[in-house]
Design a protein around this ligand. Structure first.
Ligand SMILES: [Zn+2]
Ligand SMILES: [Zn+2]
Length: 391
């Protein structure tokens, strides 16, 4: 099939540098350790390869590793799809409905957002994922989500191998607890195992088991989050925009009815936008099919309204009362601040004593101090507009 014959494609060779980051280094190490240990345990101690079950088990393990790496590298190197620099809509009229990105020197088409890590505007951006050191967006959404389901499945299989290896090696003979199913482990003993199950092998298997179980839980949860995004055809950023839209309509009592434009009405319909047999999602990442009551710019117009609204309300000005150097993990500001290091890799803001900063709304309409952990004193609403950071 076409999607199997396709190999990992590099948009540019320099994309390889994405591997040089803690995210891919840790992720690939975990995949490497779990796969190697599972294959190693299977061959040497658990289930002899000259039995049918042992061979099927071995092939399945290899299969998981190949599929996981295939989807992982495609998520990383195919990437989310970037909006061309200097991009303009076809019609001059349309640009009035779009936000302008000063970094990319172009307009942002619907659903795209600027990623500070990638330093580009990203098609249908969901979030920047440090584990693939790239954004999750339009073009790699299916690869990314496939990886999120395959990794827990592969890790669960590996975890079973680890438990069974330790169990069989410690007790030599295994019973599943019901008398009819028994795996006779006399075969490997007849052919003298390649090496005895030593203490280091036991420790390595136990360590791999911990990694496999941790990965199954953590990545499995991410899979459910991404499936929610796909089945509603609503990215995490768009869910946030929708929440702000409802908040804005309620605040001004405009009586507007906000319909999220990209939910095509059915889960299956939404699913098919992302998952296709060819591996390429539907659409060009610029024009999107929309709900019958909406048009191409329903959401971008809402974003512009929110941007204007942000300037006029719900801002609180704060004054810094102590110096802060902007360190990611500050040691001198107490434990709470240290452990609240932003997981999103968003930078912290260096402050001098007396600096004023503006904070916009939090989730519940409360003002959200940007440096919550710092001692900031409220000095009232702003009297001049700040220069907005690009975001
Ligand atoms: Zn941009
Ligand atoms: Zn990014």
């Amino acid at each position: 099939m076409k999607f199997l014959s396709a190999i990992v494609t590099f948009e540019n060779l320099h994309e390889v540098r994405r591997l040089c980051h803690w995210g891919p280094v840790i992720a690939l190490s975990v995949i490497g350790i779990c796969s190697t240990m599972a294959i190693f345990d299977s061959i040497i101690w658990y289930w002899p390869l000259d039995t049918t079950g042992g061979s099927v088990n071995f092939i399945m393990l290899l299969n998981w590793t190949v599929l996981i790496l295939y989807n992982y590298f495609n998520a990383m190197f195919v990437g989310p799809g970037y909006i061309p620099l200097d991009w303009k809509p076809d019609g001059q009229q349309e640009s009035q409905y779009l936000q302008f990105c000063r970094v990319c020197q172009g307009f942002k088409p619907p659903r795209s957002h600027h990623c500070r890590k990638c330093n580009r505007c990203v098609m249908k951006m969901d979030h920047h994922c440090p584990w693939i050191n790239n954004c999750c967006g339009h073009q790699n959404h299916a690869y990314f989500t496939s990886f999120l389901i395959l990794a827990p499945l592969g890790c669960s299989h590996a975890a079973i191998i680890f438990v069974m290896t330790m169990y069989t090696q410690l007790y030599e003979r295994i019973s599943f607890g019901w008398s009819t199913v028994k795996i006779d482990m006399s075969a490997p003993r007849r052919v003298q195992p390649l090496m005895p199950f030593s203490v280091p092998a036991f420790a390595a298997t136990l360590f791999a088991l911990g990694l496999a179980l941790g990965t199954t839980i953590a990545v499995g949860m991410l899979f459910f989050i991404q499936m929610k995004v796909i089945l509603r055809n609503k990215t995490s950023i768009e869910a946030w925009i929708e929440e702000k839209a409802k908040d804005r309509i309620q605040y001004y009592q405009t009586g507007e009815e906000f319909i999220f434009p990209y939910d095509l009405g059915g889960r299956w319909e939404n699913f098919k936008q992302v998952f296709t047999w060819s591996g390429t999602p539907r659409g060009d990442g610029v024009q999107w099919p929309v709900h019958p009551k909406c048009h191409q710019h329903t959401l971008t117009i809402e974003q512009l309204k929110q941007k204007a609204d942000k300037r006029v309300r719900s801002q609180v000005q704060y004054r810094a009362v102590e110096v802060y150097n902007g360190a990611c993990c500050p040691v001198s500001k107490g434990l709470q601040t240290f452990f609240r290091t932003p997981c999103t890799e968003e930078p912290r803001i260096p402050l001098s004593k007396g600096d004023t900063i503006l904070a916009t709304r939090g989730t519940k309409g409360d003002p959200l101090p940007l440096g919550l952990e710092l001692n900031l004193e409220v000095i009232g609403p702003p009297n001049k507009h700040p220069t907005e950071p690009e975001g």
